[in-house]
Ligand binder design. Structure first.
Ligand SMILES: Nc1ncnc2c1ncn2[C@@H]1O[C@H](COP(=O)(O)OP(=O)(O)OP(=O)(O)O)[C@@H](O)[C@H]1O
Length: 352
């Protein structure tokens, strides 16, 4: 197990004309689980491949613990990696596949059997240990790839690149929980690439949100949900994403549609002001407090409803309400609790 330090690391695939990964300092602490989250092409796999050694960075140094591994071969890094699509030895049994990384390191037979049976149990593969890998479904083959990633408890880090893409959606939730449990025992440093915010939020101790080759915010799932630093993170995280509604400032007061939403605002110089508020934090009221609004549409999501609203000035926003909360039919008002209403100037958090 080791901390991973990307010291000024960046990468250009075209000799420096453009950077797929902008040079930056990034630290992954020992024993924590990280998710790299962002849309396709933002540089997640590039960063992961630099850590694993599949790619040598064009800028900076990579350190695993105290060791500089910037130009070290993959085999010299003691890292386990799981890819998006299954990589299995078709001629071997499930047991043979899971045992392979341990045999390569000359573990004794009893220790191999113990560890393989633990991992097989964790992934629900026990009954298939004697089967040929060739005969398995794509789901099952990916479980073997995951198992090979998890089987060594002495690796410096475990890197996973969208490892659940081919897994049946019903199984994903359960598998995430199992992988997390396995890791709570081994305390590997894990870096997990995903473009799925649910996956990142449920799996990681800390999430690095990426956009166009940069990490634009890192924090716990709670931090990113409650305190997004910019509109990009606010809308990328959450379902639906954060609402941003036009606002005005006068002294310490921030108003939306003439209503005071905050009275403790710092002086904000320049930029278009908006108030950012999560759909989960909006309340609807039939009393005279709050902003007059009308319902545009209601989306039923089972135990919650997402209500699309329009304010008197035409601004639109969404509220996410528990099913049992009534939606007032007349004189509907939108209440934005001040502790959840954040101020943004040109899409950047301005009240911290
Ligand atoms: N081998 C390569 N040669 C040239 N450009 C590349 C290469 N690999 C990736 N890129 C480019 O680098 C940028 C970052 O790609 P990368 O695969 O790291 O992003 P990603 O966030 O992992 O995306 P995805 O989720 O689609 O895999 C993209 O613009 C991509 O087109």
């Amino acid at each position: 197990m080791a901390r991973i330090h990307l010291d000024g690391v960046g990468h250009s695939y075209d000799g420096g004309r453009t950077h797929a990964l902008q040079p930056a300092d990034i630290l992954f602490e020992d024993g924590k689980t990280y998710a790299l989250l962002g849309p396709s092409g933002c540089g997640k796999t590039t960063m992961l491949n630099i850590v694993s050694g599949l790619l040598f960075p064009s800028d900076g140094r990579v350190r695993l613990g105290e060791r500089d591994v910037t130009r070290a071969a993959i085999a010299d890094r003691n890292i386990a990696q799981v890819f998006q699509f299954p990589v299995v030895y078709r001629s071997k049994t499930v047991f043979g596949n899971l045992a392979f990384p341990l045999k390569c390191r000359n573990w004794d037979k009893a220790r191999i059997e113990r560890r393989v049976s633990e991992v097989a149990e964790l992934l629900g593969l026990t009954a298939r240990l004697g089967r040929s890998a060739r005969s398995l479904t794509a789901d099952e083959k990916q479980l073997i790839s995951l198992g090979r990633g998890l089987v060594r408890d002495d690796v410096a880090a475990l890197l996973m690149d969208e490892p659940l893409t081919v897994i049946d959606p019903q199984m994903k939730f359960d598998l995430r929980r199992r992988i997390k449990q396995a890791n709570e025992r081994t305390r590997h440093t894990v870096i997990y690439v995903t473009h799925d915010q649910n996956e990142a939020m449920t799996f990681a101790d800390e999430i690095l949100v990426m956009q166009a080759g940069r990490v634009i915010q890192r924090g716990t799932p709670k931090d990113l949900f409650e305190r997004p630093l910019n509109a990009y993170v606010g809308t990328f995280i959450g379902s639906p994403g954060m609402n941003f509604v036009p606002a005005t400032q006068s002294g310490g007061e921030i108003r939306v549609g003439g209503e005071i939403i905050r009275n403790d605002a710092p002086t904000i110089v320049g930029g278009t002001l908006t108030v950012g508020i999560r759909p989960e934090h909006i309340r609807l009221s039939a009393t005279d407090r709050g902003l007059p609004a009308r319902v545009i549409g209601v989306q039923d999501q089972g135990n919650v409803r997402v209500v699309e609203l329009e304010l008197a000035d035409g601004a639109r926003l969404k509220a996410k309400l528990p099913r049992e909360h009534a939606i007032p039919a007349d004189a509907l008002r939108v209440v934005m609790p001040s502790q959840h209403a954040h101020i943004y100037a040109d899409g950047v958090r301005a009240d911290i």
